[in-house]
Design a protein around this ligand. Sequence first.
Ligand SMILES: [Zn+2]
Length: 356
Amino acid sequence: MHRFVLGFAIALAFAAFTSAPAEAAPPPYYPPVDWIPAAAGNFSVGRGGAQITTIVIHETDGSYSSAINWFRRPGSNASAHYLVRAWDGEITQLVAESDTAYHARDANPWTIGIEHEFYLRQGILHTDAQYRSSALLVCAIARRYDIPLDRNHIVGHRELPNQFHGDPGPLWDWTYYMSLVRSCAGGEGRATASSIETCAEPGCTPPAGLEFGDEGADVALLQWDLAYLGFITDDTLANGSGSFGPLTLDAVVAFQQAKDVPATGYYGELTAAALSEALAQNPVTAPTAPLQPGTMSTDVSKLQVSLRKLGYMDLVTGYYGRITQEAVLQFQQDSGIDATGTYGAITRMALATQSR
Ligand SMILES: [Zn+2]
């Protein structure tokens, strides 16, 4: 999709506000998405009996907001299921996967269309954040419909027959993108939950061997992991984490019962393995820790986006300077975490928990 150069101010002014379809919540392994429904006539309800077999990659050739406006404009006759923003990888869904978006002509009934913000003239290029976010989305879609993670099933708009579009162009890095997509694949080339930014890697769960009465950072990490998974409330932890008391004991037992681990209340090897697995199945979208003040990176942008969503800061710069440090400090104080101003595993899990 591309070339929506017409009067968007007018389109915006007259855009009909339609309510979001009552779609069932996506499976838990999906990355978070915002919902801004396309105008009713810009897609069709249902799939006409076709099975979803292929994911189509597009470039917008326009800004994120202009793409949203175009799809929401009645009569544009165009839409995509998803749109991924360039600078931070934010995903907006416009059409339910069970409905047919208008993005690839004949291929519409059996495909899911993902637009990627790209606008060369304005200097809006693909970013690492965008590639990663899109890859996570593709992994989730592929897992849902059992779509193989290869270039026969993840195709560019330009590669479909009977198309008159050139997207994505040469600046779309297929090699890198497919490496990200495959990094979430299991042994058989299918998507699994463990992937790009899961908590499967070391540092996301504390080492085994914690019990009632223990105190310290490992206990705090265990508590926030359990909070993220819904076994303990963040309100409980806001009064201070790091102490393995009766509430934590209850949470560990509840977790063990849910995961068929002997319900001892002791955080040992079996429970630690179950915790890693549970986090891998519920990928954390907060950036991978650690991040230090003075860093400039896409991960810092993502951290800032998360902090902004929670009202701790306004500007997203990608630089971990004094303002970001103060925002992290404030967040840590409010969350009952050791206020260090640096972004580590405990802060990551607290942020992920409160951003859900
Ligand atoms: Zn296209």
